[in-house]
Design a protein around this ligand. Structure first.
Ligand code: DP6
Length: 363
């Protein structure tokens, strides 16, 4: 699929009015992890995530016509009302990259305003929610100007593609409940270019699944995701990892379809630990778990053995623990969290989240 505009396409012929579009888009938690990329933001292996509900970005894209045509991107960015020069620079690079898809970028000036529902310092991957919200704004703008994305399936596919160019995991945030990104023969339509929705495959055991994020540390990550992916180039276990990811995806898909929660637990935890093991033996190496992450992991295993409640943990490239469990088990699991785990969190902080319905357009 090629979303690049052909000559003369998406160029404004008359002056547009000033206007704005805005989206709220969630973060997601990968169960099979995307770790390693090549080319222009293409994944080395397919990944599958749950879309969250309470952890989201809200982004408003204000646009106005430019006085003069220029191929230099013209934008400003405020996060929570404050300037963020580093991220503004990243956005300039991103807009420059997607000019081929949205040539009208050259004819407009943009003011981008964004906020997150989760604390900035919480270590939650904000690039997924940030770039998915922005990609949705750009697609909405294209549709408002040219009426080319009226079909929701086409709209979302393009938004996922555009989001991927900003941050790989953002491609998955476009869809409700669960999304799959990366080529695999397991699910029809799967692609490296964009994610596809897989919420329909979820057995009722996984409906309303809960995800509590235990904030072990609020410090900024010591390795950016991009640098992290880079570590997989020439990694001694890279080839084996990609094979394992494919296999784990197969088992995960099977467990999601059949409601095999025990299997689901096994795969989630294996994927999380493998991600961290890969980081620990890359060059340079990173140890991103903290003593309290390990303590919590231990306690979760003990709780599962004793209670027979199939609660699983997973982690991103950081020390925080995501606890995944069934809605029906929430009373017991939440009191376990309260009584046994919160003491290992920074300022006893956690975020109560769960499967979400995906992005929504806002005023
Ligand atoms: C460990 O999507 O943040 O969270 O494409 O470089 O922006 P870039 O990386 P990013 O990587 C996410 C890595 C991960 C696993 C995952 O979400 O699949």
């Amino acid at each position: 699929m090629n979303f690049e505009a052909s000559a003369g396409e998406f160029v404004l012929s008359s002056k547009v009015e000033t206007g704005k579009v805005a989206w709220r888009s969630p973060s997601n938690i990968a169960l099979v992890k995307y770790w390693g990329k090549h080319g222009d933001q293409l994944p080395r292996n397919p990944s599958l995530s749950f879309t969250l509900s309470q952890s989201y970005s809200e982004t408003t894209l204000l646009f106005k016509p430019r006085e003069e045509f220029s191929t230099t991107v013209s934008l400003s960015f405020l996060f929570d009302g404050e300037s963020k020069p580093d991220f503004e620079k990243r956005l300039q690079g991103y807009f420059d990259k997607v000019r081929q898809i949205f040539p009208f970028i050259d004819q407009l000036h943009f003011d981008i305003r964004s906020r997150n529902s989760f604390p900035h310092s919480s270590g939650i991957a904000s690039s997924a929610s940030a770039f998915s919200a922005l990609a949705l704004c750009l697609c909405s703008l294209e549709d408002a100007l040219f009426e080319t994305l009226q079909d929701d399936v086409v709209f979302r596919q393009k938004a996922s593609y555009v989001a991927r160019l900003g941050s790989g995991s953002a491609s998955r945030s476009i869809f409700a409940h669960a999304a799959l990104w990366g080529e695999t023969g397991l699910v029809e339509g799967a692609s490296d270019e964009y994610a596809i929705p897989v919420g329909d495959m979820l057995h009722s055991e996984f409906h309303q699944y809960c995800n509590t994020i235990l904030l072990v540390s609020e410090e900024q990550k010591s390795v950016s995701s991009s640098a992290g992916h880079q570590l997989m180039e020439g990694h001694p276990f890279a080839e084996n990892r990609y094979l394992q990811a494919g296999r784990n995806l197969m088992y995960l898909v099977e467990s999601l379809r059949t409601g095999d929660v025990e299997r689901f637990v096994q795969i989630c935890e294996q994927e999380a630990l493998q991600l961290h093991a890969l980081m620990m033996c890359s060059q340079p190496y990173y140890i991103l778990m903290q003593p309290n992450s390990l303590r919590i992991i231990q306690l979760i295993r003990e709780f599962r053995l004793e209670s027979k409640i199939p609660v699983a943990f997973t982690l991103d490239a950081g020390p925080n623990i995501h606890l995944l469990y069934r809605y029906n088990d929430r009373t017991k699991v939440e009191s376990f969290i309260e009584n046994n785990l919160l003491q290992y969190c920074t300022r006893s902080s956690m975020i109560q989240d769960g499967l979400g319905k995906g992005p929504i357009q806002i005023e």
